[in-house]
Design a protein. Structure first.
Length: 259
């Protein structure tokens, strides 16, 4: 890539799935798209992605040590674990106030950086962090509180960035998460019409509501996303995000081809 891209799956409302979507998207771009990816987790103090990675890596290392000491161990599993550890994308934890400097340090080292941001807009350094991002993607649940929060969040960021010299933020894109096909279209239609009327470009992709998002393999920071999970709307989300992020040169494979 000619230039490192910086994005955030962000929201000021808790529980909308921003951390889970960050992990899923980072996995798809890195493992399936062949994009050199890193994650900066500044969602302090929980830093869930750092926690997921630490626990997953520790478990794999314990399993690897056990297998290496067993003369009858499955050699294929050993190779699988070693490959996963070697190929894992970096997950870096930091405070929001230090995030901009961390992004600068990653510039040119990877192609794509995902930033997991806190829900609060009062965190020290959050404005400088927004200004360092290229794009912000916002998961929206189909309920009034989530929609209202998203609209307020977009308005706040746009207003602040207009007064921030040197901001590189090019666009903010909401998308439906926890989408239920059987629900009435009223909430969806009204929200989409509001976005259209206010020049807010909403992604067409919709992540379906599913218990699969609770599964460990769905939120793995070490292994590629399994093909069956791509059919929950993930494939279309990655394709659309890729077209936005790499509009100047969409990288081959970033459409999450699981073949």
């Amino acid at each position: 890539m000619a230039q490192t891209k910086y994005i955030a799956i962000s929201s000021q409302k808790g529980g909308v799935g921003k951390t889970t979507v960050t992990i899923i998207a980072a996995s798809a771009f890195h493992h399936l798209g062949g994009i050199r990816t890193a994650v900066v987790d500044c969602d302090f103090p929980q830093q869930s992605i750092v926690d997921f990675r630490d626990k997953e890596l520790s478990a794999l290392q314990r399993e690897l040590t056990h297998l290496q000491q067993d003369p009858e161990a499955n050699g294929k599993r050993i190779e699988e674990i070693e490959a996963a550890i070697a190929d894992a994308y970096p997950v870096i934890g930091c405070m929001v106030k230090d995030a901009a400097a961390q992004l600068q340090a990653l510039d040119g080292q990877v192609d794509l950086v995902f930033v997991d941001t806190p829900g609060t807009m009062n965190a020290e350094g959050i404005v400088d962090l927004w200004a360092r991002l290229d794009y912000i993607f916002i998961p929206v649940e189909p309920d009034k509180i989530s929609v209202s929060s998203t609209i307020s969040y977009i308005d706040t960021i746009q207003e602040i960035m207009q007064e921030h010299p040197g901001s590189r933020l090019k666009g903010i894109y909401p998308f439906w998460n926890k989408y239920i096909k059987s629900e009435k279209r009223t909430m969806y239609d009204r929200t989409e019409q509001y976005f259209a009327d206010n020049d807010i470009r909403q992604l067409d992709a919709r992540l379906e509501h599913s218990v699969n998002y609770r599964k460990d393999e769905m939120r793995s920071t070490m292994f590629p996303l399994k093909k069956q999970f791509l059919d929950l709307g993930v494939r279309s989300l990655i394709e659309e995000m890729s077209n936005v992020i790499f509009a100047d040169a969409v990288p081959a494979g970033a459409e999450a081809d699981a073949q």
